[in-house]
Design a protein around this ligand. Sequence first.
Ligand SMILES: NC(=O)c1ccc[n+]([C@@H]2O[C@H](COP(=O)([O-])OP(=O)(O)OC[C@H]3O[C@@H](n4cnc5c(N)ncnc54)[C@H](O)[C@@H]3O)[C@@H](O)[C@H]2O)c1
Length: 405
Amino acid sequence: MKIAVLGGDGFVGWPTSLHLSNLGHEVHIVDNLSRRWIDTELGVQSLTPMDSIQERCRIWRQETGREIRFHLLDLAKEYERVKQWLAEERPDVVIHFAEQRAAPYSMKTDRHKVYTVGNNVNATHNLLAALVETGIDAHLVHLGTMGVYGYSSVGAPIPEGYLDVEIATPAGPRGQQILYPTKPGSIYHMTKSLDQILFQFYAQNDGLRITDLHQGIVWGTHTDQTRRHPQLINRFDYDGDYGTVLNRFLIQAAIGYPLTVHGTGGQTRAFIHVQDSVRCIELALSDAPEAGERVKIFNQMTETHRVRDLAELVAKITGATVAYLPNPRKEADENDLLVKNDQFLALGLDPIRLQEGLLSEVVDVAKKFAHRIDRKRVPAVSAWTRDIARRVDHDPEGKRLKSVS
Ligand SMILES: NC(=O)c1ccc[n+]([C@@H]2O[C@H](COP(=O)([O-])OP(=O)(O)OC[C@H]3O[C@@H](n4cnc5c(N)ncnc54)[C@H](O)[C@@H]3O)[C@@H](O)[C@H]2O)c1
């Protein structure tokens, strides 16, 4: 199949592009490289040394004989070019990763809020409008997040997208299936909630065939393909804005930095290893909805863990210490999270569980590139409100932090 990977230069997009190319698909990466610019804005870099996207594609071709083409395009700002690109290339599948994906970055300042909403909502809507206008019957696969549901304890598993409800009507109770209610906890998560409504509309109005993958936090770094050559290495974010919880614990352990647990660490989150993430996308392609069908929603996660349990596990394996810090986020101290993921299991996913070997692999990668880590960039300083910003003022090594809200 001809597959467009929008956001294919990113942490999940790059290994997905390699995985799909390896399976024999014709892969086209579309990216505006904004993520690389954000690193420059924040004064950080990927823990792993990333080559330019053109160089990465060249190495892939050299290693495998397979071609991945790169197209520099801004989905949010260049509507006419996006439409023209789709009309010319006519992909069978469009995988949409191309959004600003860090909750802390989205909460940094009003400018970051405005950027995140403008970028994410326009990128998604431009794509949908262009698909309708060009009449391309591509299967659109979007990367959403489990985080749209918020992190409050409900006591029942979160279903895959839809909830059965009973509405009291004058004629008696009526059953209906509705989108599971979202409760976004950041501007970033809010944009993903808005995406869901856009998808619902375009599937129902224009018959677009859409799959929305509600992904958990991705951990790990290597996949079978990124291991093939040092220059195919994946991006790895460790900083307080883009680094995600488990990967951050692992790099902190590698450089002798305390594991930074926010609040009580009682937050429960959903996780998936990057190798399973790319496999799930492959599985989703094999199960496309028909035109006129409602949006197909999968929970793309394999396990849930409490943050403090993860910190204790990493501390046990590595001998690291754990630091409990004020939480920069506005969220419940403790929550449970039960999630259904039956659809991927039925399609054949054999989940990679948190295991010492894979955790140690990340620590080894972090040790190898430890010289690239700026310790000042490790703490999370983006506070959700001005009040919270006042209490987030020291890093675990006792240095004063600059509040940013
Ligand atoms: N990483 C995770 O743990 C995680 C968890 C749940 C969901 N997701 C979702 O998966 C997707 C990919 O995540 P990631 O970690 O690979 O993110 P990433 O930031 O590494 O990659 C996103 C890519 O999209 C590009 N991009 C952003 N805006 C664009 C635009 N307007 N036009 C063209 N390209 C644009 C960026 O340059 C970047 O290369 C995101 O949508 C994210 O919300 C990620």
